[in-house]
Design a binder for this molecule. Sequence first.
Ligand SMILES: Nc1nc2c(c(=O)[nH]1)N[C@H]1C(S)=C(S)[C@@H](COP(=O)(O)OP(=O)(O)OC[C@H]3O[C@@H](n4cnc5c(N)ncnc54)[C@H](O)[C@@H]3O)O[C@H]1N2
Ligand code: MOO
Length: 405
Amino acid sequence: MPQGAYWTPVADALAHLREKLHPVCGVEGIPLCQGANRILAGPAIALRAHPPATNSAVDGYAFSGPIPEGAHELTLVDDRSAAGDPYTGVVPAGHAIRILTGADVPQGTDTIILQEDITTDGKAIAFNGPLKTGSNARQAGEDMARGQIILPGQHKLKPCDLATLASAGVGRLNVRKRLRVGILSTGDELLEPGAMACPGKIYDANRSMLCAAITRWGYDVRDLGIAPDNRDTIKATLDQAARDCDVILTSGGASAGDEDHISALLQNTGSLALWRIAIKPGRPLALGIWNKTPVFGLPGNPVAAAVCALLFARPALSVLAGAGWVDPVSYKIPAAFRKNKKGGRQEYLRARMTPEGSAEIFGSEGSGRVSGLSWATGLVALPDEAVAIDIGTPVTYIPFGEMGL
Ligand SMILES: Nc1nc2c(c(=O)[nH]1)N[C@H]1C(S)=C(S)[C@@H](COP(=O)(O)OP(=O)(O)OC[C@H]3O[C@@H](n4cnc5c(N)ncnc54)[C@H](O)[C@@H]3O)O[C@H]1N2
Ligand code: MOO
């Protein structure tokens, strides 16, 4: 650790964000079909029981149970109950009725036998017991009761949640308005991807990555482009962005070099809350406020920008967007590598899980080695303190998928 500066521990930086941030997005009503990735403004209540009526889980025959052990014969009612076209009469005792999967179980019946388990001449069915009452029937409300809370407020909706809500009769949702996230790259050296290459220039890797992550997280991306290393231009860009966005993510210029304008500008406003974090990669993360809008000054090196976005921006944006703080889900798996880590800062290594279920790491820890981000399927997180990792030592693995990527 370089001397002469204070390095905020990762846990302190996360605690600071968690304490200071609060939801900034209003509420709007939307149709259910647009709900994926949106955040519920309040609990979702089942407007209808699911299933709404007891229905059949199979194609077969319905009758009144229980049926004792032995051979049985039941006379068939000359009708049927089908999904969407239920039988509305009453099935008399000692009778059975043809029933199809999903059809309401008619009055006078409560038990269904699979069509494969009977023989029939079209007038009666013959089969062997025993059958318990309720066999092959899906009871009304067994999945969701009317009035039940089916999803809590602050929940970010997954595609499968839309099936749950639809089944419970919910057609419209009250959700948080989408968080507007500005993404700005800074640096004279940056070119738009695909532009004519020239000496001294590199392609902007961070903006596409960050814009895509923001979209995956369900937020509204405001692409602020590339700003040159000119303090007035960056200042004007931030002024406009603070009007158009709820939060701004920048990359580059977060350190303390002559052209590191983001940290300098935030420092000038007196709002640079956190700057140097005890983390590798990502040491010069600059967290501040620009005209009341939170700014995440991510480091320029793409790997550091990715790690800081996942570790700090993701939970913070989740709070701002109304979904509350989210910790990444991690797994303890054996290391497939050796490393002697020094104490003082947390380290995040590009990693992937081997077919045997252990964690291998990318060949280089250089935070400009962007290809390692594509190689990896997640990160191995190493603690602040010194650790000696040998093959088989349990390490913390966080799949990118658990961080919404
Ligand atoms: N004296 C010190 N120097 C540096 C320190 C330090 O603590 N003291 N930290 C180093 C670390 S660690 C990092 S990370 C970088 C971060 O610095 P900045 O955030 O100021 O980033 P830049 O200097 O602007 O850029 C760093 C590096 O990344 C490239 N870059 C920037 N933006 C992009 C982009 N959008 N796409 C692709 N590559 C990008 C840039 O060209 C530089 O190579 O500071 C160290 N120095
Ligand atoms: O944050 Mo830097 O990327 O550690 O090299």
